[in-house]
Design a protein around this ligand. Sequence first.
Ligand SMILES: Cc1cc2nc3c(=O)[nH]c(=O)nc-3n(C[C@H](O)[C@H](O)[C@H](O)COP(=O)(O)OP(=O)(O)OC[C@H]3O[C@@H](n4cnc5c(N)ncnc54)[C@H](O)[C@@H]3O)c2cc1C
Length: 324
Amino acid sequence: MRDAAVTQNSQQLIDRLPKTRGRITENADLGKQTWFRVGGSADVLFKPENIEDLQHFLHYLPDDIPVTVLGVASNLIIRDGGIRGVTIRLLKDFAKVEALDGNLIHAGAGATDKNVAVVAARNNIAGLEFFSGIPGTIGGAVRMNAGAYERETKDVLVQATCIDRRGKIYTVDAHDLNMEYRHTELPEDWIVVSAVFQGKKGKQEEIEARMAEIQDKRESTQPVREKTGGSTFANPLPYKSWELIDKAGCRGHTIGGAQMSEKHCNFMINTGEATALDLEQLGETVRKRVYANSDILLRWEIKRIGEFLAGDTIDYAEDHITKD
Ligand SMILES: Cc1cc2nc3c(=O)[nH]c(=O)nc-3n(C[C@H](O)[C@H](O)[C@H](O)COP(=O)(O)OP(=O)(O)OC[C@H]3O[C@@H](n4cnc5c(N)ncnc54)[C@H](O)[C@@H]3O)c2cc1C
Protein backbone atom coordinates (compact mmCIF):
# COMPACT_ATOMS: atom_id res chain seq x y z
CA MET A 1 0.00 0.00 0.00
CA ARG A 2 2.77 2.39 1.07
CA ASP A 3 4.83 1.59 -2.03
CA ALA A 4 1.90 2.35 -4.31
CA ALA A 5 1.36 5.67 -2.53
CA VAL A 6 5.05 6.57 -2.81
CA THR A 7 5.17 5.67 -6.52
CA GLN A 8 2.11 7.82 -7.19
CA ASN A 9 3.71 10.64 -5.21
CA SER A 10 6.91 10.35 -7.25
CA GLN A 11 5.04 10.37 -10.57
CA GLN A 12 2.99 13.45 -9.63
CA LEU A 13 6.18 15.16 -8.57
CA ILE A 14 8.07 14.30 -11.75
CA ASP A 15 5.31 15.87 -13.82
CA ARG A 16 5.95 19.18 -12.01
CA LEU A 17 9.75 19.25 -12.32
CA PRO A 18 11.58 21.67 -14.60
CA LYS A 19 13.45 20.30 -17.61
CA THR A 20 17.00 19.21 -16.88
CA ARG A 21 20.04 17.72 -18.60
CA GLY A 22 20.75 15.86 -15.38
CA ARG A 23 19.40 12.53 -14.16
CA ILE A 24 16.06 12.07 -12.43
CA THR A 25 15.21 8.82 -10.65
CA GLU A 26 11.80 8.30 -9.15
CA ASN A 27 11.30 6.42 -5.88
CA ALA A 28 15.08 6.04 -5.47
CA ASP A 29 16.15 3.54 -2.85
CA LEU A 30 18.51 5.85 -0.97
CA GLY A 31 18.65 4.03 2.35
CA LYS A 32 20.87 1.34 0.86
CA GLN A 33 23.32 4.01 -0.29
CA THR A 34 23.88 5.43 3.19
CA TRP A 35 26.75 4.29 5.38
CA PHE A 36 24.23 2.79 7.83
CA ARG A 37 22.43 0.99 4.97
CA VAL A 38 19.04 1.83 6.46
CA GLY A 39 16.14 4.06 5.54
CA GLY A 40 13.50 4.65 2.93
CA SER A 41 13.40 6.01 -0.60
CA ALA A 42 13.53 9.51 -2.00
CA ASP A 43 10.39 10.50 -3.94
CA VAL A 44 12.77 11.86 -6.57
CA LEU A 45 16.55 11.78 -6.79
CA PHE A 46 18.14 14.45 -8.97
CA LYS A 47 21.76 14.37 -10.14
CA PRO A 48 22.41 17.65 -11.95
CA GLU A 49 24.77 17.64 -14.90
CA ASN A 50 26.59 20.78 -13.83
CA ILE A 51 26.12 24.01 -11.92
CA GLU A 52 24.12 25.72 -14.69
CA ASP A 53 21.76 22.75 -14.78
CA LEU A 54 21.35 22.88 -10.98
CA GLN A 55 20.79 26.62 -11.08
CA HIS A 56 18.12 26.35 -13.79
CA PHE A 57 16.40 23.45 -12.02
CA LEU A 58 16.21 25.24 -8.66
CA HIS A 59 15.08 28.48 -10.22
CA TYR A 60 12.09 26.85 -11.92
CA LEU A 61 11.27 24.27 -9.24
CA PRO A 62 7.87 25.10 -7.68
CA ASP A 63 8.29 26.62 -4.20
CA ASP A 64 6.20 24.01 -2.39
CA ILE A 65 8.53 21.12 -3.37
CA PRO A 66 11.03 20.42 -0.59
CA VAL A 67 14.71 20.01 -1.48
CA THR A 68 17.26 17.94 0.40
CA VAL A 69 20.95 17.62 -0.47
CA LEU A 70 23.08 14.60 0.36
CA GLY A 71 26.79 13.93 0.14
CA VAL A 72 27.67 10.25 0.57
CA ALA A 73 25.43 10.01 3.64
CA SER A 74 28.24 9.17 6.05
CA ASN A 75 26.74 11.35 8.75
CA LEU A 76 23.06 10.72 8.52
CA ILE A 77 20.13 8.45 9.11
CA ILE A 78 17.40 8.51 6.51
CA ARG A 79 14.20 7.57 8.32
CA ASP A 80 12.31 4.47 7.19
CA GLY A 81 9.50 6.44 5.50
CA GLY A 82 11.98 8.10 3.11
CA ILE A 83 12.40 11.68 1.91
CA ARG A 84 9.62 13.73 0.38
CA GLY A 85 10.27 16.05 -2.54
CA VAL A 86 13.54 16.25 -4.46
CA THR A 87 16.80 14.88 -3.09
CA ILE A 88 19.94 16.14 -4.79
CA ARG A 89 23.30 14.44 -5.09
CA LEU A 90 26.27 16.23 -6.67
CA LEU A 91 28.39 13.88 -8.75
CA LYS A 92 30.67 13.98 -11.83
CA ASP A 93 31.11 17.68 -12.70
CA PHE A 94 30.89 18.52 -8.99
CA ALA A 95 33.58 16.03 -7.98
CA LYS A 96 36.59 17.72 -9.58
CA VAL A 97 39.62 18.66 -7.50
CA GLU A 98 42.51 20.82 -8.72
CA ALA A 99 45.55 22.51 -7.22
CA LEU A 100 45.88 26.26 -7.79
CA ASP A 101 48.85 28.59 -7.31
CA GLY A 102 49.61 29.62 -3.74
CA ASN A 103 49.08 26.14 -2.21
CA LEU A 104 45.35 26.37 -2.81
CA ILE A 105 42.99 23.52 -3.64
CA HIS A 106 39.71 24.05 -5.46
CA ALA A 107 37.23 21.21 -4.96
CA GLY A 108 33.69 20.55 -6.10
CA ALA A 109 31.22 19.81 -3.31
CA GLY A 110 30.80 16.24 -4.54
CA ALA A 111 34.52 15.45 -4.27
CA THR A 112 35.42 13.10 -1.46
CA ASP A 113 37.44 14.53 1.41
CA LYS A 114 39.95 11.79 0.78
CA ASN A 115 40.49 12.83 -2.84
CA VAL A 116 41.11 16.40 -1.73
CA ALA A 117 43.84 15.15 0.63
CA VAL A 118 45.31 12.94 -2.12
CA VAL A 119 45.44 15.72 -4.72
CA ALA A 120 46.94 18.10 -2.15
CA ALA A 121 49.66 15.56 -1.32
CA ARG A 122 50.48 14.98 -5.00
CA ASN A 123 50.96 18.72 -5.38
CA ASN A 124 53.16 18.99 -2.27
CA ILE A 125 50.46 20.86 -0.36
CA ALA A 126 50.42 20.09 3.35
CA GLY A 127 47.77 20.79 5.99
CA LEU A 128 44.83 18.94 4.43
CA GLU A 129 45.90 15.46 5.61
CA PHE A 130 43.09 15.32 8.18
CA PHE A 131 40.59 15.08 5.30
CA SER A 132 42.07 11.71 4.32
CA GLY A 133 40.31 9.89 7.16
CA ILE A 134 36.88 11.50 6.89
CA PRO A 135 34.67 9.44 4.57
CA GLY A 136 32.40 12.26 3.39
CA THR A 137 32.26 14.83 0.61
CA ILE A 138 33.38 18.46 0.62
CA GLY A 139 29.74 19.62 0.72
CA GLY A 140 29.21 17.62 3.91
CA ALA A 141 32.53 18.82 5.33
CA VAL A 142 31.62 22.48 4.87
CA ARG A 143 28.09 21.97 6.22
CA MET A 144 29.30 20.00 9.27
CA ASN A 145 32.70 21.70 9.78
CA ALA A 146 34.11 18.18 9.67
CA GLY A 147 37.38 17.64 11.45
CA ALA A 148 39.73 15.16 13.01
CA TYR A 149 42.91 15.06 15.03
CA GLU A 150 42.83 18.71 16.11
CA ARG A 151 42.13 20.05 12.60
CA GLU A 152 38.79 21.20 11.23
CA THR A 153 37.46 22.34 7.86
CA LYS A 154 37.35 25.90 9.19
CA ASP A 155 41.15 25.88 9.63
CA VAL A 156 41.69 25.46 5.88
CA LEU A 157 38.56 26.81 4.17
CA VAL A 158 39.09 30.07 2.27
CA GLN A 159 35.70 30.39 0.60
CA ALA A 160 32.67 28.37 -0.37
CA THR A 161 30.43 28.81 -3.39
CA CYS A 162 26.80 28.02 -2.65
CA ILE A 163 23.46 28.11 -4.41
CA ASP A 164 20.15 28.95 -2.76
CA ARG A 165 16.69 27.44 -3.25
CA ARG A 166 15.91 29.96 -6.03
CA GLY A 167 19.12 29.16 -7.93
CA LYS A 168 21.09 32.26 -6.90
CA ILE A 169 24.84 31.75 -6.49
CA TYR A 170 26.89 33.21 -3.64
CA THR A 171 30.61 33.04 -2.91
CA VAL A 172 31.19 33.43 0.81
CA ASP A 173 34.41 33.96 2.75
CA ALA A 174 35.02 31.31 5.38
CA HIS A 175 35.06 33.80 8.27
CA ASP A 176 31.50 34.87 7.38
CA LEU A 177 30.30 31.32 8.01
CA ASN A 178 30.98 31.47 11.77
CA MET A 179 32.21 27.90 11.78
CA GLU A 180 32.44 26.24 15.18
CA TYR A 181 32.97 22.72 16.38
CA ARG A 182 30.81 20.57 14.03
CA HIS A 183 28.66 23.53 13.06
CA THR A 184 28.59 25.99 10.18
CA GLU A 185 26.22 28.94 9.96
CA LEU A 186 25.03 28.17 6.46
CA PRO A 187 21.37 28.94 5.64
CA GLU A 188 19.42 25.67 5.71
CA ASP A 189 18.43 25.90 2.04
CA TRP A 190 21.92 26.62 0.70
CA ILE A 191 23.73 23.96 -1.26
CA VAL A 192 27.52 24.11 -1.30
CA VAL A 193 28.75 23.60 -4.86
CA SER A 194 32.49 24.10 -4.41
CA ALA A 195 35.14 25.29 -1.97
CA VAL A 196 38.69 26.61 -1.93
CA PHE A 197 41.16 25.46 0.72
CA GLN A 198 44.49 26.89 1.80
CA GLY A 199 47.38 24.57 2.53
CA LYS A 200 51.09 25.22 2.90
CA LYS A 201 54.16 24.01 1.07
CA GLY A 202 55.14 20.48 2.05
CA LYS A 203 56.77 17.32 0.74
CA GLN A 204 54.66 14.61 -0.85
CA GLU A 205 56.34 11.69 1.01
CA GLU A 206 55.93 13.37 4.40
CA ILE A 207 52.32 14.31 3.70
CA GLU A 208 51.52 10.77 2.56
CA ALA A 209 53.22 9.33 5.64
CA ARG A 210 50.94 11.46 7.86
CA MET A 211 47.92 10.28 5.89
CA ALA A 212 48.95 6.66 6.39
CA GLU A 213 49.33 7.30 10.14
CA ILE A 214 45.83 8.76 10.28
CA GLN A 215 44.46 5.73 8.45
CA ASP A 216 46.18 3.29 10.85
CA LYS A 217 44.94 5.17 13.89
CA ARG A 218 41.38 5.09 12.62
CA GLU A 219 41.45 1.40 11.76
CA SER A 220 42.61 0.57 15.27
CA THR A 221 40.18 2.80 17.20
CA GLN A 222 37.01 3.08 15.12
CA PRO A 223 34.59 0.54 13.62
CA VAL A 224 35.38 1.84 10.12
CA ARG A 225 34.46 -1.42 8.41
CA GLU A 226 30.98 -1.55 9.95
CA LYS A 227 27.75 0.00 8.76
CA THR A 228 28.06 3.17 10.79
CA GLY A 229 27.70 6.95 10.65
CA GLY A 230 30.76 8.25 12.47
CA SER A 231 30.47 10.00 15.85
CA THR A 232 26.88 9.82 16.97
CA PHE A 233 27.08 12.79 19.35
CA ALA A 234 29.24 15.91 19.34
CA ASN A 235 31.57 16.12 22.32
CA PRO A 236 30.08 18.38 25.01
CA LEU A 237 33.48 20.03 25.56
CA PRO A 238 35.47 19.69 27.76
CA TYR A 239 33.88 16.21 28.09
CA LYS A 240 34.10 13.42 25.56
CA SER A 241 30.86 11.77 24.49
CA TRP A 242 32.34 8.28 24.46
CA GLU A 243 33.43 8.60 28.11
CA LEU A 244 29.97 9.76 29.20
CA ILE A 245 28.34 6.94 27.20
CA ASP A 246 30.71 4.41 28.72
CA LYS A 247 30.08 5.67 32.26
CA ALA A 248 26.34 5.45 31.66
CA GLY A 249 26.81 1.73 30.85
CA CYS A 250 25.81 2.10 27.21
CA ARG A 251 28.83 0.53 25.48
CA GLY A 252 27.39 -2.33 23.43
CA HIS A 253 23.79 -1.34 24.27
CA THR A 254 21.47 -2.74 21.61
CA ILE A 255 17.98 -1.99 20.32
CA GLY A 256 16.78 -4.27 17.54
CA GLY A 257 19.66 -4.41 15.04
CA ALA A 258 21.27 -1.18 16.29
CA GLN A 259 24.19 -1.24 18.70
CA MET A 260 26.56 1.22 20.39
CA SER A 261 29.88 -0.12 19.12
CA GLU A 262 32.00 -2.12 21.56
CA LYS A 263 35.09 -0.76 19.82
CA HIS A 264 34.20 2.95 20.05
CA CYS A 265 31.03 3.55 22.00
CA ASN A 266 30.20 6.91 20.42
CA PHE A 267 29.69 5.06 17.12
CA MET A 268 26.37 3.36 16.41
CA ILE A 269 26.40 0.36 14.14
CA ASN A 270 23.84 -1.52 12.14
CA THR A 271 24.62 -5.11 13.06
CA GLY A 272 22.70 -6.39 10.05
CA GLU A 273 18.96 -5.90 10.23
CA ALA A 274 18.64 -2.52 11.92
CA THR A 275 15.95 -0.08 10.88
CA ALA A 276 16.40 3.67 11.00
CA LEU A 277 13.92 3.62 13.89
CA ASP A 278 16.16 1.21 15.86
CA LEU A 279 19.15 3.53 15.37
CA GLU A 280 17.32 6.72 16.27
CA GLN A 281 15.68 5.12 19.31
CA LEU A 282 19.05 3.76 20.44
CA GLY A 283 20.51 7.27 20.21
CA GLU A 284 17.65 8.74 22.26
CA THR A 285 17.96 5.99 24.87
CA VAL A 286 21.68 6.75 25.22
CA ARG A 287 20.96 10.49 25.56
CA LYS A 288 18.40 9.71 28.28
CA ARG A 289 20.80 7.45 30.19
CA VAL A 290 23.76 9.80 29.89
CA TYR A 291 21.60 12.65 31.15
CA ALA A 292 20.44 10.56 34.12
CA ASN A 293 24.03 9.61 34.89
CA SER A 294 25.89 12.89 34.34
CA ASP A 295 23.34 15.69 33.87
CA ILE A 296 24.61 16.33 30.34
CA LEU A 297 22.25 16.16 27.37
CA LEU A 298 24.25 15.00 24.37
CA ARG A 299 23.76 16.79 21.03
CA TRP A 300 23.28 14.56 18.00
CA GLU A 301 26.10 15.00 15.46
CA ILE A 302 24.41 12.57 13.09
CA LYS A 303 21.58 14.21 11.16
CA ARG A 304 18.23 12.42 11.02
CA ILE A 305 16.17 13.30 7.98
CA GLY A 306 12.99 12.19 6.26
CA GLU A 307 9.73 10.73 7.49
CA PHE A 308 8.79 8.02 9.95
CA LEU A 309 6.69 5.13 8.73
CA ALA A 310 3.06 5.46 9.80
CA GLY A 311 2.73 4.40 13.45
CA ASP A 312 6.45 4.67 14.27
CA THR A 313 7.29 6.95 17.17
CA ILE A 314 10.42 7.84 19.11
CA ASP A 315 10.71 8.14 22.87
CA TYR A 316 12.78 11.35 22.99
CA ALA A 317 15.21 12.04 25.83
CA GLU A 318 13.83 15.58 26.22
CA ASP A 319 10.37 14.24 27.12
CA HIS A 320 11.81 12.41 30.12
CA ILE A 321 13.80 15.40 31.30
CA THR A 322 10.74 17.65 31.47
CA LYS A 323 8.59 14.92 33.09
CA ASP A 324 11.09 13.72 35.71
C1 LIG B 1 33.57 5.62 9.76
C2 LIG B 1 33.27 7.10 9.84
C3 LIG B 1 34.19 7.95 10.39
C4 LIG B 1 33.92 9.33 10.49
N1 LIG B 1 34.86 10.17 11.03
C5 LIG B 1 34.62 11.50 11.08
C6 LIG B 1 35.61 12.40 11.62
O1 LIG B 1 36.69 12.02 12.04
N2 LIG B 1 35.32 13.73 11.66
C7 LIG B 1 34.14 14.22 11.20
O2 LIG B 1 33.92 15.44 11.25
N3 LIG B 1 33.18 13.39 10.69
C8 LIG B 1 33.41 12.06 10.62
N4 LIG B 1 32.44 11.22 10.11
C9 LIG B 1 31.14 11.78 9.70
C10 LIG B 1 31.06 12.25 8.25
O3 LIG B 1 31.99 11.57 7.42
C11 LIG B 1 31.26 13.76 8.11
O4 LIG B 1 30.32 14.49 8.88
C12 LIG B 1 31.14 14.22 6.66
O5 LIG B 1 31.52 15.58 6.59
C13 LIG B 1 29.74 14.06 6.10
O6 LIG B 1 29.84 14.25 4.70
P1 LIG B 1 28.79 13.59 3.69
O7 LIG B 1 29.17 14.02 2.35
O8 LIG B 1 28.70 12.12 3.93
O9 LIG B 1 27.47 14.31 4.19
P2 LIG B 1 26.05 13.61 4.44
O10 LIG B 1 26.16 12.64 5.56
O11 LIG B 1 25.48 13.13 3.17
O12 LIG B 1 25.23 14.89 4.94
C14 LIG B 1 25.53 15.47 6.19
C15 LIG B 1 24.89 16.85 6.22
O13 LIG B 1 25.53 17.68 5.27
C16 LIG B 1 24.59 18.21 4.36
N5 LIG B 1 25.22 18.31 3.05
C17 LIG B 1 25.80 17.32 2.31
N6 LIG B 1 26.26 17.83 1.16
C18 LIG B 1 25.95 19.15 1.15
C19 LIG B 1 26.14 20.20 0.23
N7 LIG B 1 26.72 20.00 -0.96
N8 LIG B 1 25.69 21.43 0.56
C20 LIG B 1 25.07 21.66 1.74
N9 LIG B 1 24.85 20.69 2.66
C21 LIG B 1 25.30 19.45 2.37
C22 LIG B 1 23.42 17.22 4.37
O14 LIG B 1 22.21 17.84 3.96
C23 LIG B 1 23.40 16.82 5.83
O15 LIG B 1 22.75 17.81 6.60
C24 LIG B 1 32.69 9.84 10.01
C25 LIG B 1 31.76 8.97 9.44
C26 LIG B 1 32.03 7.61 9.35
C27 LIG B 1 31.02 6.70 8.73
